[in-house]
Write a protein of this length. Sequence first.
Length: 743
Amino acid sequence: MSSKLLENLNEPQLTAVTLPHTSALILAGAGSGKTRVLTTRIAWLLSTGQVSASGVLAVTFTNKAAKEMVMRLSSMVPVNVRAMWIGTFHGLCNRFLRMHWREANLPQTFTIMDTQDQLSLIKRILKANNFDDEKFPPKQLMWFISSAKEEGLRPNAVEAFDDFTRKQVELYQLYEATCQREGVVDFSELLLRSYEVLAQFEALREHYNARFRHILVDEFQDTNTLQYKWLRLLAGPHTAVLAVGDDDQSIYAFRGAKVANMQRFEHDFAPTKIIKLEQNYRSHGSILDAANALIRNNNGRLGKELWTDQGHGEPIRVFQGYSDGEEAAHVIDTIKNAMNDGVPLDEIAILYRSNAQSRMFEHGLFNARIPYRVYGGLRFFERAEIKHAMAYLRLVNNPDDDNAFLRVVNFPPRGIGAKSIENLQQVSASTGVTLWQAACGGGAGSRAQVAMVQFIGLIEGIRIATKGQPLPEIVRHLLDASTLRTHYKADKEGQDRIENLDELINAADTFLRETGGVVQVENLDGTMTDSDDPMSAFLAHASLESGDTQALEGRTAIQMMTVHSAKGLEFDYVFITGLEEGLFPHDNSLKNDDGGLEEERRLMYVAITRARKRLHLTYAQMRMLHGQTRYNVPSRFLDEVPPELLKWLSAKPRNLLAMEPNEPFASGGNYGNPNVSAFAASIGSHTRNDSGFRIGQQVSHAKFGQGVIINADGSGKNIQVEVNFTDHGIKRLALEYAKLTAM
């Protein structure tokens, strides 16, 4: 049996599987068969009688990986795998605490809270103790508590250097007391409480030290501080710890993962072997050569070189688009060709650094009637923040829309509670009026009347302020006036949501350009009439796009996802999009001196190694980002791939930063240095361009009155100007729609 298990293993895999009773570090490159090595190692230990099933503990990072390991082992060895401790950190700690609830000072029937339960509990504590939930947003407090626990810190150990942090610590103490009183634990508490029990009860710790003769840890590079400390306590002096990981794929620092744990492992566990699994069974040679060359630019690596015996394969295709729209069109055209060649849709993946980038691809795929699925996330128009913004837009367009009213009447929170809304619904049902009409008539009740009047004023104010404005400007104004932006700034994950909201402005702009500002509607007799109501048409378009159900379960579809979501997956065709400085690598990483750029490079390494057969790299010279046109420098990662591996599908650009302001691109366009707006560079401070305007010129606007053009960017139909109006301050306007008059 044991010899059969070892068939078809390569030499490093065989060495890892048949190691003697010793701690070891396995550097497992992408696609190198690490899951097979882990499961075969356990099966070999069991089948050769070196350990009993109860003497094995294996830690994975997902329930899916744990189930896969159990299934594989069940088919490999005739042993009761249930006796083994195989699971995630949280799952194993739950198992531990169920057995040792007395030592953990927990009720035997303690309950585990999910994140929604945890959030509800925090809101209760804030309300009961008269804390302002705007000053102490519940989500932010939840992350503060979880982060402290993941560092192994109880409230009395958290350092507080300012009043705000001291208040957060006070709330952490109240939260702990409430959890203890109610017999509930959150996910972070499972690990922290288990760690504390092992640290406190020496006899119990010695029992587990002796019991688990072999501990195996998958994805070791993703362990955080407390997980590492928990493993150290659990491993006794005679425990063989096998850590399997890849420091080049450590991409979760924002979740608390510490890639340095791999170096600590060498110091603390003194592994007698460091084995490198470098043979890749997934990708062609050109893809692996690109990944190797890129990651060599990182410092402090443990070091490995991926290789394959599957041949060099095709060159990596690189496409430079004039705009993000042209980039998306190229990707979709390439996908159509692949479909014609018989490539299954679910073997094609579009990867992007930021969630907001999905919208342009979704729009193109929807128009092309190609089914797609957003892996690990929601389609653009299905995202909560977009639904909130669209509900505001619907209410401005039609105040009698009850669904839109219910969605935003108390979002962001403005003190209109469930009882007040129930009052409105009762008035609406009994009198046959809409919720808006009931609210205008005072139907919410006296307690919420002030807040309701303010909400009605907000919607009416947006309607008046944006009357006659082009659709993108209406959306831009609405996002600020509704305080949606402000609300999400307090959210730990708010940056993604704000980027999505900004992308909604781009969606409105794209829609307006595609329709020319004129939308055709069908009459009852079947004839078509031009409509001057682009807002209604845009709302209908968004509903149709979000309601498209082509990619139903069971049907193949293009896979779209962020690079973070792609880890662990693989596809025949992979498109890595938006390869521009500031986008990938992301602006935030460039500002972070603590290894931010190196983590972005590891993220690019993960993206590249998702591809089996064909890899496409794309970027745009110009992109609408955060609601503004931006001129881009190609990502440095493109320069880190050897040129002989690349096949350029458009003229390779020169370094934009080294170009003169008026020097044209190789493609023939006339763009300036990205740090100087193209408009300002081309027209200077005195010369008019084809728009008829110049920097410093006095202009008049129908709503804002007189002002002076102080800056601008873009070209052709994409020109946007900043005007300093005498009575309204600085406004940013799309020149195509603003209808400015020269003075």
